[in-house]
Design a protein around this ligand. Structure first.
Ligand code: PCA
Length: 208
């Protein structure tokens, strides 16, 4: 199974993005039954989704799994839905602050993730890693790339399963803040995404 795994560059005031760190670690590991392709996406409203779609077209993966950071979450968070809305509360890395706009003017209100979301949560829980399902990926770049990937697949009548996982911040991003913030260590997140990829691989090989 050819898996396209994406992360995001840092954004906001942070020099790090856990999704980029996890992707870099996994790119150096062997995962049985998986040919892994990785790319780090810009946190920018045009080049972020463009980079993902262009990589998808040239790599022709069997599955797309995208990762991003969400400050304040306490668990690896499997996104079930992407909505057709850009409503940024901070500027992207290109300086765009877009509010109240659709991602695709004539696109449907939402797309569901087409990955096995509940088995992914169950695999994380069984591995002893905090995990949850989520019904909102926000209204920033993570939601946008999830929506645009699913829209492209739908529009071109393709069958590639795709979805998104939000990761907590790394301890070094939250240390020294004068109010408590949740975080998760890099090795635990790497183990978590490895468990997620095993689940997807098993599901893909038994369903296709
Ligand atoms: N998190 C942001 C964008 C990039 C990232 O890693 C989000 O949740 O939209």
């Amino acid at each position: 199974m050819k898996l396209l795994l994406t992360g995001f560059e840092p954004f906001g005031n942070s020099p790090l993005n856990p999704s980029e760190e996890v992707v870099h670690q996994l790119a150096q590991q062997e995962i049985e039954g998986v040919e892994l392709l990785t790319v780090i996406l810009p946190v920018e409203r045009f080049t972020g989704p463009d980079t993902l779609i262009r990589t998808y077209i040239s790599a022709q993966p069997d599955v797309v799994l995208s990762l991003g950071e969400a400050g304040g979450i306490t668990a690896v968070t499997i996104e079930r839905v992407a909505i057709n809305l850009l409503d940024f509360s901070i500027s992207d890395n290109g300086g765009h602050l877009v509010t109240d706009k659709p991602i695709i003017a004539d696109g449907p209100p939402a797309y569901f993730a087409t990955l096995p979301t509940r088995p992914m949560v169950n695999a994380l829980t069984e591995a002893g890693i905090p995990a949850q399902l989520s019904y909102s990926a926000g209204t920033f770049l993570c939601n946008q790339v999830m929506y645009e990937m699913l829209h492209y697949i739908h529009k071109h009548q393709l069958k590639t399963p795709a979805g998104f996982v939000h990761l907590p911040q790394l301890p070094q991003q939250t240390a020294g803040k004068n109010y408590p913030l949740p975080s998760m260590s890099l090795p635990l997140m790497v183990a978590g995404i490895t468990a997620v990829i095993h689940t997807i691989t098993h599901w893909y090989t038994t369903h296709s």
